[in-house]
Ligand binder design. Structure first.
Ligand SMILES: [Zn+2]
Ligand SMILES: [Zn+2]
Length: 392
């Protein structure tokens, strides 16, 4: 057990109420992606008051706060996301969202608060030697705020030797730290398919070209890609989440429209899925004598944790909370995360902190979700300990 560890937990516990109040304030005032004006103002003001050099306007509402101590050459990046979701909150909490239709249902309020807790401790103690760079990013939820920060020169302006990020996760016991080396979160692509046939009377299908039958065949055909083209050892998902066509039982519609979500844990599988979806849709359309247009939209890439940094992150967890409180054999998740873009440019690791397990557990993106305040000290102390170790 590291001697510095209890002091980080102890020191952060002493002002945990303040960080919890900050978390509740952020929870009460949720802002959607790229609209985190109040949140980033608050984060910037706190960091400035603690002595950080705060650089704003990176990726819109994103910011990077820098603190240097000693003369160590290493540079560390820690990232938290700040955005909320377009969900009407139904938690009934005293600090519920005051804004209609917006809420922190993914716990990013907790991520921001935990990193602020670490920031305050590290500025006060400065028991490290090197450059600490805190990355508060906008718009993780689908809008690729991390990529916007990259486009704004994140790593050119603030080079990092390694980067780390943490996400709260219901389903894991509270405060347990969860690690996984390699591919941990899936790529997430979308495709819109429009089939255009020929409308007509429902009684005379031979005079029409029915896009509904073609769409039904394509839905089934798509499932064979995962079942028959992808190596059984590799996970992949093709979900047809929306299919729309027609208005009346006696009318063959002119067109049909489908929306797909496509996920993989391997870049090669991801490419295979795209290639086969395009081939299959084109061939099926031809076989039904109608035309198909595909709008294929590549979203977040596979999130790949680098081995050395993940081993280091896990060791930090062991030192902080003991081997009994870390989970390192967890399976990858088919959800996606835009920290993946940052990991394409810099080695690092993305870990989870358990938000609580059990029958009644509420999932993220649910109107009843709330970040678990009992994670704040553990999460903040984790960042503090990791910083003191990485920049030693
Ligand atoms: Zn989310
Ligand atoms: Zn999230």
């Amino acid at each position: 057990m590291d001697l510095q560890q209890p002091s980080a937990i102890h020191a952060i516990t002493a002002f945990a109420d303040e960080i919890m109040a900050l978390r509740h304030h952020i929870h009460q005032h949720p802002e959607l992606g790229f609209e985190e004006y109040q949140t980033s103002d608050l984060v910037a003001a706190k960091l400035q008051s603690w002595g950080y050099a705060v650089n704003r306007g990176i990726g819109g509402t994103g910011l990077v706060a820098v603190l240097q101590a000693g003369h160590g050459p290493r540079r560390l990046g820690l990232r938290a996301d700040m955005d909320a979701l377009p969900i009407q909150e139904q938690t009934g909490l005293p600090y519920s969202s005051v804004y209609q239709g917006k809420m922190h249902a993914c716990g990013h309020d907790g991520h921001t608060a935990m990193l602020l807790g670490a920031a305050r401790y590290l500025a006060a103690t400065r028991q490290f030697s090197g450059t600490l760079q805190l990355i508060f990013q906008p718009a993780e939820e689908g809008l690729a705020g991390a990529r916007r920060m990259l486009d704004d020169g994140l790593f050119e302006r603030f080079p990092c030797d390694a980067i780390f990020a943490m996400h709260n996760m219901p389903g894991f016991p509270e405060r347990k730290l969860v690690f996984h080396s390699g591919a941990f979160m899936a790529s997430s692509d979308r495709a819109s398919i429009t089939l255009t046939g020929k409308g007509g009377h429902g009684a005379e299908p031979h005079k029409a070209i029915d896009p509904v039958v073609a769409a039904a065949s394509i839905v089934l055909g798509l499932q064979t890609i995962v079942a028959r083209n992808v190596d059984a050892q590799h996970p992949a998902v093709i979900t047809v989440g929306s299919i729309k066509s027609g208005e009346a039982p006696n009318v063959i519609p002119q067109s049909a429209h489908m929306e797909l979500s496509i996920r993989a844990l391997d870049a090669g599988v991801r490419d295979l899925l795209q290639r086969r979806i395009r081939q299959l849709v084109a061939a099926q359309a031809q076989s039904f004598d109608l035309s198909a247009a595909i709008d294929y939209c590549e979203g977040y890439p596979v999130l790949v944790n680098s081995a050395a940094e993940t081993a280091f992150a896990q060791r930090i967890g062991e030192e902080l909370v003991g081997a009994d409180n870390i989970i390192c054999d967890t399976r990858p998740l088919m959800g996606s995360e835009d920290f993946a873009y940052l990991l394409q440019h810099c080695p690092g690791s993305y870990l989870l902190i358990g938000n609580g397990a059990g029958e009644q557990v509420c999932t993220v993106h649910n109107s009843g979700y709330d970040f678990n305040d009992r994670c704040i000290v553990t999460g903040a102390a984790y960042w503090a300990h990791l910083t003191e170790r990485f920049l030693s």
